[in-house]
Design a protein around this ligand. Structure first.
Ligand code: PMP
Length: 361
């Protein structure tokens, strides 16, 4: 039988969705994988123990639909109340529910024109009109340009894929510019040196802060994301999640995530190691002639004035080193986004890049 796809059955919204190409997760062993911003260190041993214990008892039972223990652990970590915490299967799910809950407005959703690509996907899926606001000449979020009518605002801080962070004063400015609209701050990378807006939640009923355990807590494989905000925002997210009948976190994820929040020492140790390697990596890239944007994330965004970024990424791939290159938008097409690996992985990248950039560009 020939397998054919007849897209005429599809809704217009689905027809405009770009198919997922799993090229960034190749199934080849022994790669130096610096392309998807995973943490190079394993999760805390306490996480693994907690998951093993949860697997031994209770898997025949459904999980706690409200993830109470986890929401309490997140709240304790941030000095919040559990009623100010929502959890989902990865921050991608949390973001999807937040877009549905808050941004289907008459007025457009403002977001940086260069940011996490899934924001545009959720807008397409939920028919949210979005208005991209250009980054400034240094690829920073230009907060003054957000002073225009809006149905909401979403920014990543630090931004992706640039790694450039905004100071808290700039986030407060966004909150004051749009006091009656939700301002969503996606802090996926904030633990690597950024300024978290969580402390502003008490004063700003329009602030929703989204976190993930995929980066600073080394749990990309477990799929846990978090949103923090005042209870009226959390209640809306819970209603959307329940209405989609989407699953609560499973028992293993709930148990592992609680342990990840409890092991504060391991969290601090690994994120400091990543930040330390990032500084070394940035210097080594600069020695090779790259311009490196100031990063507050677990990746660096860099371009070489004499070498084509797509060609460099392809040549690195042939040498078993994966980095990320974006063909679009044109303004960033000469950059490479390189996740911070272990010292050995960073060294392997620099060793592979050296001869490539020594050649005439
Ligand atoms: N936000 C940003 C800015 C990201 O870069 C990512 C993942 N790359 C996510 C959210 C989603 O992370 P996850 O679904 O693994 O929590």
């Amino acid at each position: 039988m020939t397998l054919r796809s007849d897209e005429s059955f599809w809704s217009p919204q689905v027809r405009q969705l770009v198919p997922y190409v799993p090229g960034e997760q190749p199934k080849i062993p022994h790669l130096v994988k610096l392309n998807t911003n995973e943490n190079p260190y394993p999760p805390s041993p306490r996480v693994v123990q907690a998951i093993a214990a949860a697997a031994q008892q209770g898997l025949q039972l459904y999980p706690d639909p409200e993830s109470t223990a986890l929401r309490e652990a997140v709240a304790a970590h941030h000095g919040l109340d559990a009623a100010q915490v929502f959890v989902g299967n990865g921050s991608d799910e949390v973001l999807a529910h937040a877009f549905f809950a808050f941004f289907r407005q008459d007025r457009p959703l403002l977001m940086p024109d260069i940011s996490y690509s899934f924001y545009q996907v959720y807008c397409a899926l939920y028919e949210i009109r979005c208005e991209p606001v250009p980054l400034d000449a240094a690829l920073r979020i230009d907060v003054a340009a957000y002073a225009r009518p809006a149905g909401g605002v979403v920014v990543a801080n630090p931004n992706a894929p640039t790694g450039v962070g905004l100071p808290l004063a700039a986030i407060e400015q966004l909150l004051r510019l749009h006091p009656r609209q939700v301002v969503l701050v996606d802090e996926a990378y904030v633990d690597f040196g950024g300024d978290s807006a969580i402390g502003l939640i008490g004063r700003h009923p329009n602030l929703l802060v989204v976190h993930t355990l995929s980066k600073s807590r080394s749990l990309a494989g477990l799929r846990v994301g978090v949103a923090c905000g005042q209870p009226h925002l959390i209640e809306a997210l819970a209603r959307v999640k329940n209405s989609f009948n989407s699953y609560p976190l499973d028992r293993l994820a709930q148990a592992g995530a609680v342990a990840a929040y409890e092991d504060r020492a391991y969290f601090d140790e690994t994120r400091r190691a990543v930040m330390h390697s990032r500084e070394g990596l940035a210097l080594a890239l600069e020695d090779l002639g790259f311009e490196v944007l100031p990063s507050q994330a677990n990746f660096v965004f860099a371009r070489h004035p004499r070498h084509d970024a797509a060609a460099l990424a392809a040549a690195l791939r042939e040498r078993g080193v994966l980095v990320r290159h974006f063909r679009q938008p044109a303004r960033i097409a000469q950059f490479l986004r390189i996740s911070v690996g272990t010292p050995a992985q960073c060294e392997a990248l620099v060793q592979a890049l050296g001869p490539l950039v020594a050649q005439a560009g």
